[in-house]
Design a protein around this ligand. Sequence first.
Ligand code: VGL
Ligand code: ZN
Length: 205
Amino acid sequence: MNVETTDTDCLLIIDVQNDFCQAGALAVPDGDAVVASINALSTQFANVVATQDWHPAGHSSFASVHKGRSPLEQIDMPYGPQTLWPDHCIQGSHGAEFHPQLDTNVIQNTIRKGFRQPIDSYSAFFENDHTTTTGLSGYLRERGIKRVFCVGLALDFCVRFSAEDARREGFETIVIEAACRGIDMDGSVEAARQAMIDTGVSLLN
Ligand code: VGL
Ligand code: ZN
């Protein structure tokens, strides 16, 4: 895919990690397919940032730490509803590493998120309490970034919430759908697309 980019555009590569790809702990259907598209895109951007889901063992988003709970169930956390997941992207594990074919040389900065035990973080900008910041907005602003192009995994979770926050933070925001894949539980991909559109995010396919 060819996109016209300027030096105030940033490609934001979200969570292209082994655990979200084939045979991973939280494999996104066809997740590996994003790697080639992202590698083709990333060389077209002067600014490239990636995120890495980066949980401590026993993270509060893991179903395994909630007695009697299973992955994909929802629970109430102090900051709101939280979906429970299989153990995934544990700090330092193989599953937390970037997909081996992802071109990481072009990545200028990596934002790690979800490293606080009591709180999950889908968005690259704010944790799930919508208050605790990762510092990404300030970083992008200081670098003069005006437009953020989001790609990666999963479209209906981390890509969605990153894109919505990017827009709310004042960046023009585009999700390149061909370079994303979703988990898609209970129509969550369609819900995510609608929510992103309602927030002012552009979907490019
Ligand atoms: C993600 C669920 C849990 C994602 C991360 O990257 O979309 N989803 N942690
Ligand atoms: Zn996670």
